[in-house]
Design a protein around this ligand. Structure first.
Ligand SMILES: O=C(O)C(=O)Cc1ccccc1
Length: 307
């Protein structure tokens, strides 16, 4: 199935957790959305201008970053995040009708799902081999095609691909949440809501003592709360890293804009990856000294002084 012009893509095939996320975020477009074979294919199609938007996994509460997505955002042509959705994932072991648990030798699944069901597999299927696939639903498709004995995927995938659930709820830590992000080409920034997050990638200018502290200070000095900081290899040489940063607030809030100006001064390079509403829509508390009014009053004061 080719990607629809100006449509929405997601990590497919049908029955992924990503499809569940899209249904929650945008039920109207979910029906006509394009199931991309990989995260990279979804983003490439978006960059080529065929798709208008894509929804891909970004982070999991147990496993951490989905590095395939983060690295694509760090390295490829710039894209921006315009929204996010959190999905509570439930893992089930599924097989073709007629297969019982004792016959399961080869299990396919996505690496994030494998990491969250490892203890269960070791306890219940100690001899089984686990094979990574590009998505949980792709694993289910390959079980239906008799390539593997069983898949670990969402119950929705069993429904979509004619499999039976052998055992449900097999997560080692129940209640894991995956965060999916909605991506577009740069050009549109959602309005500030007061409950927003800004995502960036920054490269330090010099590797001197305190370089990372200089970067962090840009946020601390402006009362901007960081909610994620992660180093990723730049891919250029061993020991060279960039930092993926997430801060509460929106580019159009003065304290965030000031922090970004500061970053621009102290960093070798900064890539803006979007300001968008948080999935948990609690309003971000802003210190009195960092409100838009406080910044405005300070700007007016300096302007007056220089007249
Ligand atoms: O493979 C999927 O279904 C995805 O959407 C990616 C994923 C895999 C495992 C946990 C959360 C998201």
């Amino acid at each position: 199935m080719p990607a629809p012009q100006d449509g929405v893509g997601y990590l497919g095939p049908a029955g992924t957790f990503c499809e569940e996320g899209l249904r929650r975020l945008d039920p109207d477009t979910a029906e006509s959305a394009w199931p991309a074979p990989t995260v990279a294919a979804a983003l490439e199609t978006l960059r080529e201008g065929v798709l208008a938007e894509a929804l891909v996994p970004f982070e999991n509460s147990v496993e951490g970053s989905v590095s395939a997505t983060l690295d694509e955002l760090i390295r490829g042509e710039p894209l921006v995040i315009t929204g996010e959705v959190h999905v509570e994932v439930e893992f089930a072991l599924m097989a073709r009708p007629g297969t019982d648990l004792a016959a399961v030798r080869r299990i396919a699944t996505h690496p994030v799902a494998e990491a969250q069901t490892r203890d269960w597999i070791a306890a219940h299927l100690p001899g089984a081999e686990v094979i990574p696939e590009s998505s949980t639903a792709r694993a289910a498709v390959l079980v239906a095609a008799e390539v593997y004995d069983a898949a670990i995927a969402a119950p929705l995938a069993a429904e979509r691909h004619g499999l039976n659930i052998l055992v449900g709820g097999i997560a080692d830590r129940p209640g894991a949440v995956t965060r999916f992000i909605r991506l577009a080409r740069p050009g549109h920034i959602p309005e500030a809501t007061g409950a927003d997050v800004t995502t960036l990638v920054a490269y330090l200018r010099h590797n001197h003592a305190g370089a990372l502290l200089d970067l962090l200070n840009q946020f601390a000095m402006r009362g901007v709360d960081l909610v994620r900081l992660e180093s990723r290899p730049t891919g250029e040489a061993l020991g060279q890293y960039c930092f993926a940063i997430e801060a509460l607030g929106h580019l159009r809030e003065p304290r965030v804009a000031e922090a970004l100006r500061g970053l621009h001064r102290v960093c070798a390079q900064v890539r803006f990856l979007g300001s968008y509403p948080r999935a948990q829509a609690a309003q971000t508390p802003v210190p009195e000294v960092a409100t838009a009014q406080a910044y405005d009053a300070a700007r007016v004061w300096v302007e007056r002084l220089s007249r």
